[in-house]
Design a protein around this ligand. Structure first.
Ligand code: SAH
Length: 235
């Protein structure tokens, strides 16, 4: 009996989603400053092409954000690498994160990368249809240490708190207080914030919680879709 062709393998045949193009992307990210080998290895392992629409699969290993429908995007691989590296950065007297919360599941790609690196990932998405699609992709990858929730990430996920690390993949006007409150002592929150000067400018911020206080550091200017309030019950 001949097995039905797996679309991913068919595409592999063209070479555009082949291990070679993944490796080239990983090398590029390394050159751009993603030097944590665990993060590079996770980026090498996660098949980004299954998280994008089939028509864009041939571009999955380009270092660019791509549309995923509903006016949202899958994050640029460099940004996924940078944010993950910041979350896992080893700091004195701080244990590696075990429970991580993500705001903005989107395609589920960043979720998948995290799931290879930490024991438990919680992720919240406000668009029901994206959450459903992400779940299917993550099941296809056979990762099981993930809990997804349809909700507004501004509120965090109180019943699962505290989190050792929190990552937001949509830009907030100001970092929501519940996220700071749900961060464990010694924990780190990585989030893009709209600049106080207004306009399109956003800056990637890191908050480290020590003695109950979140210390803020700015990393670099970035461009993310906005964090919106409320939920969408799209079909
Ligand atoms: N990490 C994702 C990024 C997707 S873009 C990926 O790589 O695919 C950001 C996502 O955040 C979008 O899917 C958007 O719907 C979601 N989002 C925006 N505001 C949100 C909120 N308040 N709560 C939860 N998700 C939100």
């Amino acid at each position: 009996m001949v097995a039905a062709p797996d679309p991913a393998n068919t595409i592999d045949g063209i070479g555009l989603t082949s291990p070679r193009s993944r490796e080239a992307l990983v090398e590029l990210l390394h050159d751009q400053g993603i030097t944590d080998l665990r993060v590079l290895d996770a980026l090498r392992q996660v098949p980004r092409h299954i998280f994008v629409e089939e028509a864009l699969a041939h571009r999955a290993y380009e270092n660019t954000a791509l549309p995923i429908g509903y006016r949202q995007t899958i994050s640029q691989p460099y940004m996924v690498g940078l944010m993950t590296q910041l979350l896992l950065e080893q700091r004195e007297d701080v244990a590696p994160p075990e429970q991580v919360l993500e705001i903005g599941t989107g395609s589920g790609y960043q979720t998948a990368v995290l799931a290879l690196l930490v024991p438990q990932v919680y992720s919240i998405e406000r668009i029901a249809a994206l959450k459903r699609r992400a779940r299917r992709c993550l099941q296809r990858m056979e990762v099981h240490n993930i809990s997804l929730r349809h909700g507004d990430g501004h509120e965090g996920w109180a019943t699962k708190a505290p989190f050792d690390a929190i990552i937001a993949t949509a830009a907030a006007a100001a970092t929501p207080k519940p996220l700071m409150d749900q961060l464990a002592e010694g924990g780190r929150l990585v989030i893009p914030e709209h600049s106080e000067q207004g306009g399109d400018e956003q800056v990637l911020c890191v908050y480290d919680k020590q003695d109950g206080i979140c210390q803020r550091h700015e990393v670099e200017t970035v461009r993310f879709v906005p964090m919106r309030s409320g939920i969408e019950q799209s079909r």
